[in-house]
Design a protein around this ligand. Structure first.
Ligand code: HEM
Length: 352
């Protein structure tokens, strides 16, 4: 028999319901924080694993910490509208904010030491939708899963164990292809001479509702000048920033956006595997870099180039990386923006 709303039995039932809701919320929090399963990979652990031996550079991105911001345009030629109804593929010109960067957590790394270079882009469309992408110049990623990426960071940090990387490579043979690229690919003289690749795959949907799984690349208009190891050292620790600022100061710099369409059976969930060369490729338009912007306090500072920020007409695929990256970039963003006092700010005299 039900008690009256204000009866003692009804009050006890209300308290039980409240206690159950609170317990469920606490359990959800504890699970999300990873306290129930210390072995589970969390975004915070992934980001912690990237820290150099002396700790992270406070106020900076926890990876790709060194970089230089720019603004420009994406001139769409309309070609990729057959693949995706995203507004940025309708012929026209769209504003871009982007960043050239080095794949290292060391904000003071020498340009001659960073094997992997990156290009990050954000395009805002007139309908308010947005596309963000963070690409690298390697043609493949070193590992097949976010878990393996975490284990790779741990192996790299084990300076006390000479076998750590050997054991990692034995358990993750896919890293061999990346190693071969890193050991043999030329080092170019400029961010403007590199090709940048999404490596992760995404699903494009066109106006008829047809889905295709794709990857994309930005292919430079200028011919690369390859540097020898000696030439590279002679250029100095910060030659890439000086070079790109000088080039963009002289004339806009351009890359073609090429979209590659997967065939059935291609490894869409594994960025350590290239797709065969003969896959259908569609030119979507041209990235035009028009102005170098200040890195401290410039338009990139409070931007997180989260690869899951996608307009209607694009979505993530079965590739597990974009979701893991989104969560890790958010942790990095929250940490670095909370460390504002450690970040070099631009003053009347320049960066301090
Ligand atoms: C699970 C794997 C990965 C982790 C944990 C990771 C982690 C990070 C973190 C923490 C940042 C700094 C984010 C910020 O503070 O805004 C970052 C930036 C970046 N990452 Fe990754 N990353 C991963 C995979 C990749 C892949 C697959 C690519 C390229 C194909 C990539 C390219 C970049 C680039 C270009 C940036 C610089 C973005 C910027 O300019 O803000 N990352 N990454």
């Amino acid at each position: 028999m039900a008690g009256r709303p204000d009866s003692p039995a009804s009050n006890v039932r209300s308290l039980i319901v409240i206690a159950v809701v609170v317990a469920a919320l606490v359990a959800a929090f504890v699970y999300t924080a990873g306290w129930l399963s210390p072995g589970r990979l969390t975004p915070a652990k992934l980001v912690d694993s990237l820290a150099p031996p002396g700790g992270p550079a406070l106020g900076f991105r926890r990876n790709h910490a060194k970089g230089i911001c720019f603004t420009g345009e994406f001139e769409s030629n309309g070609g990729a509208a057959q693949l995706s109804k995203a507004r940025m593929f309708a012929a026209g010109t769209y504003p871009v904010t982007g960043r050239f960067n080095l794949a290292t957590a060391d904000a003071k790394a020498s340009d001659a030491m960073a094997r992997v270079r990156g290009l990050s882009l954000r395009i805002v469309m007139p309908d308010g939708s947005e596309w963000r992408s963070a690409m690298i110049d390697a043609p493949i990623f070193p590992v097949a899963t976010p878990q393996a990426f975490f284990e790779l960071q741990r192996a790299l940090a084990r300076k006390d164990d000479p076998n750590a990387m050997k054991n990692f490579a034995a358990a993750h043979p896919e890293i061999g292809a990346f190693g071969a690229w890193a050991g043999s690919a030329p080092w170019t003289a400029s961010y403007a001479e590199d090709r940048y690749n999404s490596l992760n795959s995404f699903v494009f949907t066109n106006a008829e509702g047809r889905d295709e799984t794709v990857r994309w690349s930005f292919v430079p208009a200028v011919k690369p000048e390859n540097l020898s190891a000696d030439e590279l050292k002679q250029r100095g620790a910060d030659f890439l920033d000086a070079d790109i600022a000088q080039r963009v100061g002289g004339a806009p710099q351009r890359w073609s956006m090429m979209v590659t369409v997967a065939n059935a059976g291609d490894p869409t969930a594994d960025p350590s595997k290239a797709w065969p060369e003969d896959r259908r490729t569609v030119e979507a338009g041209t990235l035009v870099v028009k102005a170098i912007e200040p890195e401290p306090d410039g338009p990139c500072r409070d931007l997180n180039f989260d690869p899951t920020v996608l307009p209607p007409g694009m979505r993530v695929s079965d590739d597990p990386f974009p979701a893991a990256r989104s969560a890790a970039y958010s942790v990095s963003f929250n940490r670095r923006t909370a460390e504002d006092k450690d970040y070099p700010h631009t003053t009347a005299e320049g960066a301090k």
